[in-house]
Design a protein around this ligand. Structure first.
Ligand code: 4NP
Length: 163
């Protein structure tokens, strides 16, 4: 499959140090294990820019490692230019969702923005809760939800693109 046919996916949260780097790392692992990683461009960003260039939060990395994930992206701020670069933009909660939509240049760009929870297959949640001020259970919940939703997201992409 040619490079131009890649599907590009961007996970977005507030700080880009907890939820969205986890979404990025989980989705990367899923497509790698299926041997289809060459069909995707996968990245993450934060609406705030508060943690620019930082690695993911140590707690998020440790909880991820226990499940076999490596979260090693560097935080960056979401930018309106991301609408040109990505096909799917996944918001972790409603604040992220509306902050992203505010930067959309047109309706076509708006259509790229989705709530991550819309791809949940087995769990029922209306947002991916911010774990920053939570204990260990908050980080485990984020991983449970993202594993479930990443599977649903891949199914949706494959159904849309006939892959
Ligand atoms: P994230 O979590 O949006 O999932 O990366 C947060 C990270 C940092 C802060 C809030 C949420 N903060 O207030 O610095």
């Amino acid at each position: 499959m040619g490079k131009e046919e890649k599907t590009s996916v961007l996970f977005v949260c507030l700080g880009n140090i907890c939820r969205s780097p986890a979404g990025e790392g989980i989705f990367k692992k899923i497509v790698k294990e299926k041997g289809i990683d060459d069909r995707f461009g996968i990245d993450s960003a934060g609406t705030s820019g508060w943690h620019t260039n930082e690695l993911p939060d140590r707690r998020m990395r440790l909880h991820g490692e226990k499940r076999g994930y490596t979260f090693d992206s560097r935080s960056r701020k979401f930018s309106s230019s991301d609408f040109d670069k990505f096909d799917y933009i996944l918001a972790m909660d409603d604040t992220n969702y509306y902050d992203i939509l505010e930067l959309a240049p047109d309706v076509e760009a708006q259509k790229k923005v989705h709530r991550m929870v819309d791809f949940l297959q087995n769990l029922a949640y209306d947002h991916i809760p911010d774990p920053y001020y939570s204990g260990a259970e908050g980080f485990e919940l984020v991983l449970d939800l993202l594993e479930d939703a990443c599977g649903g997201l891949l199914q949706e992409i494959e159904s849309q693109h006939g892959k």
